[in-house]
Design a protein around this ligand. Structure first.
Ligand code: 6PG
Length: 255
């Protein structure tokens, strides 16, 4: 029986604007990967979709410091995906390849996109991903039997409704705890069909980074930071650190 998990208070870092945020998170991302690799690990990162994430990926690709990363020893996962045909420009995988992966010397065997729609159901695709993920976040545990983090950095955008990945307020997937990956139908954010990691899977990371920009997110950010919040964005917590990486607009309603 594992003891109570330490409660990690969220840390807020507020940046002048979206551009400053993207470059600051890119610098943090580079450092986190270099630190993981300096500990002899393959750096395990979980990417997300959205405009803020895309700006961060571009800033990483443009950063001279990213040359200090051994990109062959970075393993890429996704926190969620739009269930669309392979190569669809709306897929988070396509966005990440265009903005980052196609500019670095990654190891294809270490890039794990969520399955595209090739005729199977999103449920079957979610199961395929859960199996692929299991090899990495299987029953790894420490000497006291506690599950240990599988990821070094897990990045999450936040929607105006407080969604993260493809876990939306009031949707049943938010409560799922017995599997790591689920299908989502009728998403309020188009496109409607998606695949998402569940909260327990999102929580298997040393660090969880919420990357949020814009006035339209300010209410969701302020709400998610309340102890009593039930928003999806209030659920993911890093084992070591939970960072809210914000610009001033997104932080403007925090009490
Ligand atoms: O597939 C998606 O759409 C994303 O995973 C989603 O969770 C996104 O990160 C947020 O909606 C924030 O998006 P923006 O950064 O574009 O506001």
């Amino acid at each position: 029986m594992s003891g109570p998990e330490r409660v990690i208070d969220p840390e807020l870092l507020i940046h002048r604007d979206a551009t400053a945020l993207a470059h600051a998170v890119a610098a943090r991302f580079v450092t986190a990967l270099v630190d993981a690799q300096s500990n002899g690990r393959v750096a395990q990162v979980v990417l997300t979709g959205g405009r803020v994430a895309a700006a961060i990926y571009r800033a990483v690709a443009e950063s001279p410091a990213s040359a200090t990363i051994d990109w062959q020893r970075v393993e890429f996962w996704w926190g969620d995906e739009r269930f669309l045909p392979p190569g669809d420009p709306e897929r988070n995988e396509t966005q990440a390849r265009d903005a980052l992966l196609n500019h670095v010397n990654f190891d294809p065997a270490r890039v794990h996109p969520m399955p595209a729609d090739t005729g199977q159901t999103p449920e079957a695709a979610a199961e395929v991903y859960a199996t692929e993920l299991a090899a990495t976040i299987s029953a790894l545990s420490d000497v006291k039997g506690r599950a240990v983090p599988a990821f070094d950095v897990l990045m999450l955008g936040v929607g105006p409704d407080g969604h993260v990945a493809s876990l939306f307020p009031g949707y049943p997937q938010l409560e799922v705890v017995d599997v790591t990956t689920v299908a989502v139908h009728d998403s309020p954010k188009p496109p409607p069909t998606r695949i998402s990691l569940t909260v327990p899977a999102l929580n298997r990371s040393r660090e969880v980074w919420f990357v949020v920009s814009g006035e339209d997110k300010a209410e969701a950010v302020a709400e998610a930071l309340k102890e009593t919040s039930t928003l999806p964005a209030s659920a993911p917590k890093g084992r070591n650190r939970t960072l809210w990486l914000l610009d001033e607009q997104a932080a403007s309603q925090i009490q």
